[in-house]
Design a protein around this ligand. Structure first.
Ligand code: ATP
Length: 237
């Protein structure tokens, strides 16, 4: 079995009086796609933001056996975790190219950066055609491609994707999930947060169900697709 690269134990996060995460634990192994699924407000985004260094937490978060507690976000990126946030977070007034270049701000290896840019354009040929276009004028699906590419430009060991399918047409959603699979097959470990539980579970090696700030179920993607509790609450008819 491959090495655990992210180990989250007993994670607690509060927003003022609201306790959003209540002792949440999960792990991600090298090479996996792991999904966190759950309803609106379950705590999925909060979990990614805590791991990224964007929110204070108690409990332990270890990446490659090193504690991330109290580390600032830029150090966490430099250690190899990148985060494509909910809502995509592209810089609307910058071009596609400028957005992608910002994703590489922790790096100085110009040749490799150029190589990785080309790789993003292979994954998303549509972005190459729009390289000089302002990101704010792209469609939702294209903005999602920019967000994922920008996250890839730091050459992450762990890519965290928050709701990549949100608000996109079914055809684009299917393409985005195919590309997540491809990125993983090329060697990047993926932690995926999704409300589209069916699509997420189909591509995940393992997954966790989060309810009101805690993990309530976990298993392989297939186990959870077959679990009557998941079917009833998250997969519909
Ligand atoms: P969604 O898919 O709707 O984004 P989620 O599972 O990602 O849901 P979170 O966004 O992590 O859920 O929210 C978890 C809980 O924390 C919710 O009850 C939410 O209202 C609360 N919360 C999130 N952000 C804040 C904030 N900035 N201030 C106060 N409460 C917050």
């Amino acid at each position: 079995m491959s090495e655990t690269i992210l180990e989250v134990q007993d994670l607690n996060v509060k927003y003022g009086a609201i306790q959003a995460l209540k002792g949440l634990s999960f792990s991600v192994r090298q090479g996996e796609i792991v999904s966190l699924i759950g309803a609106n407000g379950a705590g999925k985004t909060t979990t990614l933001r805590a791991v990224s260094g964007l929110l204070p937490f108690s409990g332990t978060v270890q990446f490659l056996r090193e504690s991330l507690s109290g580390r600032p976000a830029h150090e966490i990126v430099a250690k190899g975790i990148s985060h494509s946030p909910e809502g995509r977070g592209v810089f609307p007034n910058l071009t596609v190219l400028e957005n992608l270049e910002l994703g590489a701000y922790t790096r100085s290896d110009a040749e490799q950066i150029a190589h990785d840019l080309e790789h993003c354009f292979q994954l998303f040929p549509r972005l190459k055609e729009r390289i000089k276009q302002k990101a704010g004028t792209l469609s939702g699906g294209e903005q999602q491609m920019v967000a994922m590419s920008r996250a890839l430009m730091s050459r992450p060991k762990l890519l965290m994707l928050d709701e990549p399918s949100l608000g996109l047409a079914p055809l684009i959603v299917a393409q985005i999930f195919e590309i997540v699979k491809k990125i993983n097959a090329e060697g990047t470990t993926v932690l995926l947060v999704e409300q589209n539980a069916r699509m997420a579970l189909k591509i995940s090696h393992r997954a966790y169900v989060i309810e009101t700030g805690k993990v309530t179920l976990s298993g392989t993607g297939q186990d959870l697709l077959d679990d009557p509790r998941v079917i009833e609450s998250y997969l519909g008819a």
